[in-house]
Design a protein around this ligand. Structure first.
Ligand SMILES: Nc1ncnc2c1ncn2[C@@H]1O[C@H](COP(=O)(O)OP(=O)(O)OP(=O)(O)O)[C@@H](O)[C@H]1O
Ligand SMILES: [Mg+2]
Length: 411
């Protein structure tokens, strides 16, 4: 299973310009997460900071017990081998054909023989639908093929963590759907931890297990997909609906006077071309291609989310419960209607779990946090408990909590 990434209080600036501050989140091992955010909010800087290409000013980014912000160059070099990265621009070497581009990390980081390299490169080109294109130069292929070649290269070292920066930029909607499917299938096949940066609303709604959003130099939210998909937070709502009206402007965030003027114009019947329809809500998540096994990350996530269900906003709870099959609702002892009522007064103990690992009784849940005022309390959404039995407690400062043991579905 992929590695867990624990990020705490990460802050990055260039000179006097703060890009983002105090970012705290955990990428749960083997799950697919996506980071949204308007252009220029520092998403690419965030990915580069996660692999130590850029040095954050403050905070920690802990992978397999190593804090890459403070570790030695040698340790960083070792940790980087766990990563596969698709940069925003593909970053292929223009003078090398696809074969040599994809083989590059193997030649650079391993002592593998050329015949072994041939086997691995062939496998990754096949996986990304590029079999037969190995002799082509990057300049001779389409943008979509370049993206896939960048992805093939990101995969050759069998990464535990895959970072993909805008896999869909420059692609038509059909190719975007294919690359989305490829990411889900990859996660199914190699169980890596994946973080996708994207602007694509459809991808954001249907691909990741967890969603986050950067805005105003901060992490607005990070949590299970259902939390953002049902959120009333104005920035999230505006972004997911692709509307002009809201706090996000063309270059900078808008001032309140501009927002009030827009509201008044809309109320007076002016159309700014934004869709009327509100597309928020929990839509079905993309599944692995037919013929592939069940996605272990999805099963683990569901167990994890059901353990913290009582800490999530009411809309998200409702969306999660409604998206469960009747069997799953029975398994987790929840009921869609009437609202959140447990089917039995006492939940049945789930075999193989001790008391602390049992799914919280819905009837025992505490007050539902109010999402309408903006950011959710950090201990409820911004940090995802990764290990079994942690409940919704925030992680204590220094510790690394190894992946694995994520409940019965954990492989
Ligand atoms: N090496 C650098 N030196 C100085 N400033 C930088 C550097 N890299 C990025 N920036 C600045 O950091 C900010 C965030 O840039 P970044 O590329 O991370 O945005 P982004 O969210 O990925 O945007 P987009 O969605 O357009 O790709 C920008 O203001 C950019 O100018
Ligand atoms: Mg970017």
């Amino acid at each position: 299973m992929g590695a867990e990434v624990v990020i705490e209080g990460l802050t990055k600036s260039f000179g006097r310009q703060t890009i983002w501050r105090d970012v705290t989140l955990t990428l749960p091992p083997g799950e697919v997460s996506a980071m949204l955010g308007p252009s220029g909010t520092g998403k690419s800087v965030f990915l580069k900071s996660m692999i130590g290409l850029l040095k954050p000013d403050k905070g920690r980014c802990v992978i397999n017990g190593v804090d890459i912000v403070t570790c030695s160059e040698h340790k960083l070099y070792e940790i980087r081998k766990l990563f596969g990265v698709l940069f925003q621009d593909g970053a292929l070497f223009g003078s090398m054909n696809l074969y040599d581009n994809v083989a590059f990390p193997l030649r650079e980081h391993t002592k593998k023989s050329e015949s072994e390299i041939r086997r691995i490169v062939g496998e990754k080109l096949e996986m990304t639908g590029l079999a037969g294109a190995d002799k082509k130069l990057p300049g001779e292929i389409s943008g979509g093929m370049r993206k896939r070649a960048g992805l093939a290269r990101a995969l050759v070292l069998d990464p535990q963590i895959i970072l993909v920066d805008e896999p869909d930029s420059g692609l038509d909607p059909v190719r975007t759907a294919y690359i989305s499917q490829l990411l889900i299938d990859l996660n199914t096949q190699i169980d890596a931890t994946i973080l996708i940066v994207s602007h694509n609303i459809n991808l954001a709604r249907t691909v990741p297990d967890n969603l986050g959003m950067l805005f105003r130099k901060e992490l607005v939210m990070f949590g299970p997909r259902e939390v953002l998909l049902t959120s009333d937070e104005p920035v999230v709502e505006q972004f997911l609906n692709g509307r002009k009206r809201g706090p996000i402007g063309m270059s900078e965030e808008k001032d309140t006077a501009t927002m009030a003027r827009e509201e008044a114009e809309a109320a007076a019947g002016h159309s700014d071309g934004s869709p009327d329809e509100d597309i928020r809500g929990v839509v079905p998540q993309m599944q692995p291609s037919p013929g592939l096994p069940e996605r272990a990350g999805a099963r683990r996530r569901m167990d994890r989310v059901m353990r913290i269900l009582h800490t999530l906003p009411a809309n998200a709870q409702e969306g999660i419960i409604e998206s469960l099959t009747p069997e799953e609702q029975r398994h987790y002892n929840v009921h869609a209607n009437p609202r959140y009522a447990p089917q039995n007064p006492a939940p049945q103990n789930r075999p193989g779990l001790d008391d602390t690992q049992q799914i919280p009784r819905i009837s025992d849940r505490g007050p539902v946090p109010n999402q309408h005022q903006g950011q959710l309390p950090a201990d409820q959404v911004a940090r995802i408990p990764g290990g079994a039995g942690e409940g919704a407690q925030p992680r204590p400062g220094g510790g690394y909590f190894g992946g694995g043991g994520n409940g019965p579905g954990g492989a």
